[in-house]
Design a binder for this molecule. Sequence first.
Ligand code: NAD
Length: 474
Amino acid sequence: MAKICVIGTGYVGLVTGTCLADMGNRVTCVDIVEAKIALLRQGTLPIYEPGLKELVERNVRAGRLHFTTSYSEGLDNGDFIFIAVNTPTGTSQGEADMSYVESAARNIARQLDHEAIIINKSTVPVGTGDFVTRIVRNHLAHADVNFAVVSNPEFLREGSAVQDFLHPDRVVLGSSDQQAARKVATLYLSLRTPLVITDLYTAEMIKYASNAFLATKISFINEIAQICERLGADVKEVAAGMGYDKRIGRAFLDAGLGYGGSCFPKDVRALAHMAAEAGLHPQMLHAVMEINQDQRRLIVAKLVELLGSLRGCTIGLLGLAFKPNTDDMREAPAIDIIRWVTSQGATVRAYDPVASETARQTLEREEIYLDTITFCQNAYDVADGVDALVIVTEWNEFNSLNMPEVRRLMRRPVLIDGRNIYKAEEMSRLGFTYRGIGRGNMGADVALLLATEQMNPSPLPQPERSVQTVRSHA
Ligand code: NAD
């Protein structure tokens, strides 16, 4: 059993601390936000993450997991100190704001009175390991204390964070002190996962390169979607066809509203900034960001195309969080869509299964007038009297809605499927004016179904509309 301190009790810190406790360690989580720690001490989670509440309760009960706002209490004889604080975008230049990491490092230094390994779990620019080493050394209250710094970037995804932490594809560790990196590796041995042990800079870069690659896949398929829409192909079919190729893989090939959240947007920006600072011109990263922003604009363009002016219209939004199974609203496409449609004179009705409260707070912070938005109790409530419905987040419950009832409730039957969750033909049959993303060929759903049913021997039905027909309608 190791004694561990985790600094920062957000999505990454709380999951890391809780899972490490569940793996048999004694963990103290530290946060500067008193309200957050007070909630955790009462047994209430400040974030929504599937499976986390039960795990926190179990480990608190077992006496392995503690919460505090005090660094000295948190660091008390800890062998390993994880830094898991936020690293948001700083100024408009796109660089990561390192003030939280800097403050955490300074606070650690002031309290550290025994040998320990400081592990950076936050996503941080290349060179941050050295930066943290300098700060700690310069502020050590006990100058003779030995410490090492290890980079251990985190790859968990919100919505499946606990599973991801406990079943990672790999654990990356980087340090100029390989012995320290190997000590940290012992914490992960029970996970039986590949360990990549490398130098500090490489470990830090692995995280940025991974996120930038995934964001690139999303922007790539979104660009393909735009071409599909013009030429009469169906991007869902295209992605399925591409995805069978092992060199490509099916993951992250879902065309839609683009990426959002607390990681991809800021990490692509920060990597582009790092490259520019190094005198490079990261053209692809800029294209990835531009395409991503265009996907959000596209939704508003489709609304204008189908409704004419948005003035006086009511737009319904299904989903607000940047992706399903989270209440995280950071850089969620819903924010831009709400800003743009309300600035054109529309009002909004919106529903999200868990993110309505964080959405309300986020929109307030973004200075978007809340009196133009009605937060609804469910999807049917949203549909009531709207001129158009937009699927913003692909929550599971939106797959099983009574769509004839949704259609009946709407003032005008415009359905913009920002996540391609519905079958175009079916929605048209129900009387919706349906627009997905990159779905030029309305007959393609049938072929996709057969493909996923492992080579059904019956012949593929002919698409109802040929590519040529679709083109002539375009
Ligand atoms: P978060 O905003 O949810 O949590 C950060 C926490 O750190 C907050 O509770 C904040 O109060 C606390 N904090 C800030 N400064 C502090 C300080 N000096 N001392 C103690 N606590 C402090 O952020 P997050 O989503 O958990 O992300 C943390 C880091 O992990 C970021 O660098 C992020 O890029 C990276 N990351 C996030 C994810 C994700 O899915 N959220 C995945 C992988 C990596």
